[in-house]
Write a protein that binds this ligand. Structure first.
Ligand SMILES: N[C@@H](CCC(=O)N[C@@H](CS)C(=O)NCC(=O)O)C(=O)O
Length: 398
């Protein structure tokens, strides 16, 4: 079975050597919640690839067991039939994609592959804050989702439902709003990030069924995380989506029902991505990569918090160790591209500030996966502060 080298990505396996996906993976256990961002992304992938799986509803008890097995108290987590555990949706998708038959989700063309990884990373990480903001800042959304988490995930906690719900809402608001830079001063920018992505995607899905053509690829799964399990589900952002971006709403259903065995569609020409990706790439160079750089610099200095300014908005944020690894991986993938492929990618990214910002911070060592074992790794903790999120020390001038 192939391991993934995070510097170069999965090596293609000769078709005739590939094990049959269902036989190898029969009985895969997928731990997650039906309302979770990254579980939705991964579930859509295993559904698309027709990998037989059993979804097991997360609980507090299971969470402790999963933290012990994978080193991370998060979902989705996967237990393979041979007893190995995996975590982190991106390397899990890469590993399964490389080790199963059928159309690849990670484009084989190096230019499309690199740009897809970049866009997926942006979708995964930069839409997280808007998604958590809409879910926990708006009362109707918080009450609804607080109720669901209290009755589903905290089903094994012996306390009245109202108390569990109170605990969930308070914890999520502390960790994902106050701790993560969501304040009255930053909310307009956070909401504009959601709305601009709706506009980017609505244009794309008005033109073709999926990000790169007639079948789903990694960039679709990246955007699916926030769009399906948060923006398309929570009352406040879902109304905005239905009103402003009906093509995105339609794509959610298309993705959920997509089957690799039935979709044999073509992708756009190798060495290219569609012109309507340009606004996304521009946003990555303007805000996302500068954000990853600010986070990585603070990590290198040993800080636990830092200020980040973009488009006139100043955030005060906790250092995120996982996102240092995100930048480290993207840099590795960039270095691994052959010179002619780097030239092609640079031409596509000209004027976006992406290449400049991708290569600015040198000597990154997140320590997240030093032995390149992901998705079979035990990284330990995602925040720089090993004790987890505490109250953000808000700058009084913000
Ligand atoms: N990078 C991870 C992120 C997983 C993640 O953050 N999952 C969230 C739910 S969508 C979680 O489990 N959070 C735990 C918590 O809120 O404490 C992935 O891609 O799988």
């Amino acid at each position: 079975m192939k391991n993934i080298n995070q510097e170069t990505g999965p090596e293609p396996m000769p078709e005739d050597e590939k094990p049959d996906a269902p036989a190898m993976l029969a009985g895969l256990k997928l731990y997650g919640l039906d309302l979770s961002y990254f579980t939705g992304k991964f579930e859509a992938f295993v559904r698309y690839k027709n990998i037989p799986h059993q979804r097991i509803e997360f609980s507090l008890t299971l969470m402790r067991e999963i933290a012990r097995r994978t080193g991370l108290a998060q979902m989705p987590a996967v237990e393979l039939p041979d007893g190995r555990w995996m975590s982190d949706s991106t390397p899990m998708i890469e590993w399964l994609d490389a080790n199963t038959n059928g159309p690849r989700v990670i484009p084989a063309d190096p230019v499309q592959q690199f740009l897809s990884l970049l866009v997926e990373d942006y979708a995964d990480e930069w839409l997280w804050r808007p998604a958590l903001h809409y879910r926990w800042s708006y009362k109707p959304d918080a009450r609804l989702m607080g109720h669901r988490i209290a009755s589903e995930m905290l089903r094994d906690v012996r306390a009245p439902l109202w108390l569990r719900r109170f605990f969930v809402i308070r914890r999520q608001q502390r960790v994902y709003l106050r701790h993560d830079g969501v304040t009255p001063a930053t909310i307009p920018h956070i909401e504009s990030t959601y709305r601009r992505n709706l506009a980017f995607l609505d244009t794309i899905f008005a033109a073709r069924p999926f990000m790169l053509g007639d079948r789903p690829t990694l960039a679709d799964f990246g955007f699916f995380a926030s769009m399906f399990r948060h923006f398309g589900l929570d009352p406040t952002p879902a109304r905005i989506m239905r009103d402003e971006a009906p093509h995105v709403y339609e794509w959610l259903g298309r993705m959920w029902n997509a089957k690799a065995s039935k979709l044999n569609g073509a992708l756009v020409d190798e060495g290219t991505v569609p012109a309507d990706w340009q606004p996304i790439l521009t946003d990555i160079g303007a805000s996302y990569l500068p954000y990853l750089n600010a986070n990585a610099r603070a990590y290198q200095k040993g800080d636990t918090h830092y200020r980040f300014e973009t488009e006139g908005t100043t955030y005060h944020l906790p250092v995120h160790r996982y996102r240092v690894w995100c930048l480290e991986r993207l840099q590795g993938r960039w270095r691994a591209l052959a010179p002619d492929m780097q030239a092609r990618v640079s031409a596509i990214l000209a004027g976006t500030n992406c290449i400049e910002t991708l290569t600015t911070v040198a000597n990154l060592k997140s320590g997240f996966d030093p032995d390149h074992l992901s998705p079979f790794f035990k990284p330990g903790h995602i925040w720089s502060d090993k004790n987890g999120p505490k109250e953000t020390h808000h700058d009084p001038h913000l």
